[in-house]
Design a protein. Structure first.
Ligand code: ADP
Ligand code: ADP
Length: 230
């Protein structure tokens, strides 16, 4: 790990805004660890354990997994992946989603002597989100995200990066998507006010081509993280 303390970036945006797609591009550019709580839960549920079964009961309905469990899984992954690596910090995607989680994030970051450098708010209108989510495909091996129409893989059903099988997430049903969007707008989006007051929020228009969104995010975080390495 570097001598200086880690500087973290949080991505906030509704389901389908492109957080996962953009994090996979932006994290390597800025030497950040990409930590997505949804990906961590999907990896956990790929195995059979009591914890996996517990997570599944919330996940498949589109409900939030309990805060304490989510924070434990996130910070364990941060410790494990940051150890011995040369990252500047983490790009946290999917956490926090409510006020209790936002408090835990602040407490953890300050207890570790680390910094929340920026909150990137990726915004997209609700009707566009529905179209994106109903065509989403995810690689079973690496978690890379595609879209049947907007970002198709080179070979149908196969990941461009590692040849893994593409599947439709169990919670990308119309019902679970609607439930997740309701939770986002009632519990997650209001958190922006807290970070705006601290001057941390960078607003990015997510309804542009994928490359244009990446460029806008890079331009927004470069002033607080330093120049992109790649
Ligand atoms: P989130 O992580 O915010 O839920 P994803 O990155 O999984 O969003 O993107 C949701 C879906 O929309 C995916 O199928 C993805 O390929 C597609 N997508 C992402 N960004 C764009 C974009 N700028 N334009 C069109 N489709 C996009
Ligand atoms: P989406 O943003 O499309 O809901 P994610 O992959 O980020 O998808 O999350 C999928 C599911 O994982 C959520 O519906 C929820 O059950 C669980 N989850 C992810 N992040 C959190 C979190 N911060 N708190 C509680 N549950 C979470």
């Amino acid at each position: 790990m570097r001598g200086t303390s880690m500087r973290h970036v949080v991505f906030i945006g509704p389901q389908g805004a492109g957080k996962g797609t953009q994090a996979a591009r932006v994290a390597p550019m800025f030497d950040l660890l990409h930590l997505a709580t949804g990906d961590l839960f999907r990896a956990l549920m790929a195995g059979e354990s009591d914890l996996a079964a517990e997570v599944r009961t919330y996940y498949d309905r589109g409900d939030l997994v309990p805060d304490e469990l989510t924070a434990r899984v996130l910070f364990a992954a941060l410790d494990e992946r940051a150890a011995g690596s040369d990252v500047r910090g983490a790009l946290i995607d999917g956490f926090p989603r409510n006020a209790a989680q936002a408090r835990v994030l602040d407490e953890q970051i300050s207890a570790r002597g680390e910094v929340l450098a920026a909150v990137v708010h990726i915004d997209v209108a609700r009707d566009v989100l529905m179209r994106r989510l109903t065509g989403r495909l995810v690689c079973r091996a690496c978690g890379a995200t595609y879209h049947r129409e907007f970002n198709p893989p080179q070979v149908s059903g196969v990941c461009d990066l590692d040849g893994g099988e593409l599947y439709v997430r169990s919670d990308d049903t119309e019902e679970a998507v609607a439930r997740r969007l309701d939770i986002y707008f009632s519990e997650t989006e209001p958190l922006l006010e807290r970070w705006r007051a601290r001057g941390l929020v960078r607003d990015v228009d997510g309804d542009q081509p994928i490359d244009a969104v990446t460029a806008a995010i890079a331009a927004a975080i470069e002033p607080v993280l330093g120049p992109a390495g790649r």
